[in-house]
Design a protein around this ligand. Structure first.
Ligand code: GDP
Length: 389
């Protein structure tokens, strides 16, 4: 499906940048417009693929290009104040060509955490296309303020978008890597998954392709209904039969893959994708809607395998709304399965974050109560003082 991407904050900008590289490398041609919005000039300068005029520096009058630190309230305020400038950049995006907007941000910091929900709310007001969020949760080792920011932003962001796709850094970080190396690897994992998802809906029916190709309406329907979604992915290398070429007609061996093997390969990949590491780990049971996409050379996209996989997903999720289809692609040398779980309900990390938000609110209430008590004590003292005269 055709997307307009908007990265807010540093992580948002970097992921959008990586999406552009993916789009160009794979020839997927999914991205119809891309923007990076930030309060920090240096972060915008660090991007590699996004053209200069698509990098929008906001809040110059307030923070002079130095960013907002981890102050997400300031991030939200500045985004609100400069929303016309952001809208101005959208005016040159061919929005009539797109199927959806995707607003990307790390939820633990300041600009993305505060600004992404503001941008999403604005887009929903102006355009009729769905607005999806891609929210990145911080590692638990990043510290309290990041967790608290993420807890608050998650609640706001999920209300402002048509669906919030989530990637949890905490579940994906590897030990022994520098932060930067770590992020590069995470971003590659992240973009591979969401890249396959969105480019699957871009294949046109007919020609070389199988009959049950996933189209963008199936992605949109799986994401409809809102809430939070997660993605699972698994792949295996295969020998891709060569096509055409001068020598092909002299070849005697049969290059058509064995169909039982193809079925089994797909069903086992569906299990691996679903039960392996999801972008946001969760209990699969209780998922409202799901979509299964099998990508690979058309010879390997076995109808029976996809149907078995789809049935198995129905059993695992308990959902009656499980869609499935192909994404024929050549040249990658893999068969890959992507599982989109839309509207997940049992997510330990989200419960943990909600708990943090509730505790922080209680502490805040306590502090407010305390200062109110102290204030009235002070007033009482004043009364006492007055009565002395
Ligand atoms: P902002 O610029 O104020 O929005 O803040 P950042 O985007 O720098 O950081 C917010 C959070 O995003 C951090 O707490 C990290 O968890 C995460 N983060 C930062 N950079 C990256 C990145 O390149 N990739 C990923 N996956 N996460 C990142």
């Amino acid at each position: 499906m055709k997307l307009a991407l908007i990265g807010v904050g540093q992580a948002g900008g970097k992921v959008v940048d990586e999406f552009l590289a993916y789009d160009a490398d794979t020839g997927a041609d999914v991205v119809r417009g891309a923007l990076a919005v930030n309060t920090a000039k240096a972060d915008l300068r660090g991007l590699d693929h996004l053209p200069e005029d698509r990098r929008i520096l906001i809040g110059q009058a307030r923070v002079k290009g130095h960013g907002v630190g981890a102050d997400n309230e300031l991030g939200a305020e500045i985004t609100e104040e400069d929303i016309d400038e952001i809208q101005g950049a959208f005016d040159s995006v061919p929005t009539h060509e797109i199927d959806a907007f995707l607003v990307v941000a790390g939820l633990g910091g300041g600009t993305g955490s505060g600004g992404a929900p503001v941008v999403a709310r604005h887009l929903k007001r102006i355009y009729t296309e769905p607005v999806y969020g891609l929210g990145i949760l911080p590692g638990t080792d990043e510290g309290g303020i990041y967790t608290l920011n993420a807890a608050r932003s998650l609640q706001t962001f999920v209300d402002e978008v048509d669906n919030l796709l989530v990637f949890d850094n905490d579940a994906w970080r590897k030990t022994g890597e520098s932060v930067q190396e770590g992020y590069d690897a995470l971003n590659a994992d992240l973009v591979k998954r969401f890249g396959v998802l969105f480019s699957a809906g871009e294949i046109q029916h007919g020609g070389d392709v199988a009959e049950s190709v996933v189209d963008s309406s199936e992605i949109i329907n799986t994401l409809a209904g809102g809430g939070i979604s997660t993605v699972g992915y698994a792949e295996v290398e295969v020998d891709e039969p060569e096509r055409g070429g001068l020598l092909s007609r002299f070849r005697t061996e049969d290059t058509t893959p064995d169909s039982t093997e193809a079925t089994n390969r797909i069903t086992s990949l569906v299990r691996k994708a679903t039960l392996g590491r999801l972008t946001l780990p969760c209990e699969v049971e209780g998922t409202e809607r799901a979509l299964l996409i099998v990508a690979g050379p058309p010879e390997y996209l076995n109808r029976k395998g996809i149907e078995h996989g789809r049935k198995w997903l129905e059993e695992q999720t308990g959902s009656m709304e499980v869609r499935g289809g192909d994404y024929p692609r050549r040249g990658d040398g893999t068969v890959a399965v992507l599982v989109l779980l839309g509207g997940i309900t049992n997510v330990p990390r989200v419960k943990e974050l909600q708990q943090v938000a509730v505790e922080a609110q209680n502490n805040l209430d306590e502090i407010t109560d305390e200062s109110e008590d102290r204030f009235s004590e002070l007033m009482d003292t004043d009364d006492e003082l007055e009565s002395l005269f």
